[in-house]
Design a protein around this ligand. Sequence first.
Ligand code: GLC
Length: 426
Amino acid sequence: MEAFLKPYEVKTNKILEIAGNFKKSLSLGLNGQGPLMMLPSYIGKPCGNERGTYIALDIGGTNIRAARITLDHKQIFYEAEVTTSFKNPELLIDYSTNRTTAEELYDYIAEIISTIIKKEEKYFLGFTFSFPVKQENILNATLIRWVKEIDVTGAVGEDPSKLLLDALLRKKLNIRPAAMINDTVGTFLHAAWIEKETDIASIVGTGHNTCYLQENHELTGKPMIVNMESANFNIGLPYTQIDKALDENSSFPGTAQLEKMVSGVYLGELVRRILLDLNDHGLRLKGKIFKKNINHPYSLEARDISEFLCDSKNITDFFSCTNSEAEMINNICQLIVKRSARLVAATYIGTVLHIDERLDKKHVIAIDGSVYEKMPYFREEVSSTIKEVLGEKSDHIKAVLVKGGSGAGAAIAAAIAVNSSFTVSR
Ligand code: GLC
């Protein structure tokens, strides 16, 4: 059993090696090479005085959210809000299926937005779109591909802001998209609005990604937030047969290697595959563990893993298994969660070292996402891994949970865009 699980352990020297590879990939990526996309956001740090009422739209991997948000005197007021799931039957987007067109998706979104506005008013909108896009300016971009097992036809190669604007016009809403940002950038803007030392932001939720502030960005010569799309990092990761099998059976094989080892869509699936593999290798469990059907891909979710780790009784209930089997399943869950947190921490170390090789300055890493927020042990493991690798110097690095950046961050981005020289169609 020990030998079977060994490949999932990530030792200190491996973390150091991954951090080094990640740091090199950052420099390579800025020159258009290597696995990191290093997408420009066309936004720097907020000044902190952004004001006004905006619509914030957030399309992530699990939910679609729209909010009417007022920024005033460093305070953020959520005046109206609506959230719906991507798996909503009205929308019928299911992992690994292909049942919704872009037009249907955006019409549905326009409908949601119409429920939170005051009809007589005109609004600018900040759009958090958490998928890889090649941005041309603060608003317009091209969707490179779908990820996180979501697939909507007629959207790849198109501009999400334009598709949204068309749907808003079809619905005759007096709302104009002003800025489009990645969710990591939203978290950055929200965090930096409050804590000036923020220089890195990350999401560890359904998906995983990190952005940071690049001083003297070559496009503008000014500081710019760069969305690394770090999900794609793939150099020297401790990739196992299970990771390989998960990838081969995913919607987009060969992409997002890091994400498939760390993020919420995949954590349950990794555990499920390990359990099935154990079963195939004769380590048959004595209880009725497989009575519950975990044969179906993605039938174990990150939420289940979180519950299993909170209380072993949830494991015995879920699988109808014995206490010792539950202990073994608990160990496997811990191992996969720990591996995720340690790999993520390695990429944070690589990013900090890229910004400040001698670790002279203070760094704040703002992190959001369901896995970081709710998965037992995760936050502690990220911080302790950074400490384990960097020793005393890690005192300069603060990893903090910053919730709701994709809403507040979108409003801040819209405020920046409206007040910048960039012209928004009015
Ligand atoms: C995926 C997306 C990325 C997003 C991340 C977290 O990796 O490609 O854009 O930031 O998920 O939601």
